[in-house]
Design a protein around this ligand. Sequence first.
Ligand code: ADP
Length: 196
Amino acid sequence: MTSGARLLLIGPPGAGKGTQAARLASAFGVPAISTGDIFRANVANQTELGVKVKAIMDAGEYVPDDITNAIVADRLRESDASNGFLLDGYPRTPEQVAELDRVLAAEHEPLNAVVQIEADTDEVVSRLLKRAAEQGRADDTEEVIRHRMSVYAAQTAPLIDLFAQRGLLVTVDGLGAVDDVTERILSALAGVGVVA
Ligand code: ADP
């Protein structure tokens, strides 16, 4: 039994990060912290933050780093994260990596692993269009989806190399049944000594 796993999930929009995050967080007994969910909740409640970020999100752009970093730093200070956490959708830029490094060095232990969920572009676009039909998320139109993919490729995909250089990267195929993907992630993590 390991408690206190500190994990990141990284992958393109539609790779299934949110679905897997909930399962992994419960397997490890840590909170799943999704910046996308935090922003969406603020938009839904029309908070000051929500009003500020709505148009950015609807356009498929990234919320500015200073806003995102402050939210995550606060969230990681909450008591339920003191024993570990699973971050979904953060960090997505080099500045966010630098801030997370600072917060972890000051207030937490280092990361145990970064899980990359791979899925090819056609598959994720078709998943997101299906989700659009079911849930009506404002940023799930084909045009915005394609833009989110290109923002991911330009700004976030390069971070994968950085985590690989740090020896933290575990890569898993995100295609197939949800349960199978969870199993793949848990066994890949166990392979690097991170056991739920
Ligand atoms: P997805 O990765 O499926 O597009 P998310 O729910 O993770 O969706 O994020 C939705 C939107 O929230 C992003 O397109 C962006 O506008 C904003 N967002 C989420 N996380 C971040 C982040 N770390 N930095 C900047 N913007 C973010």
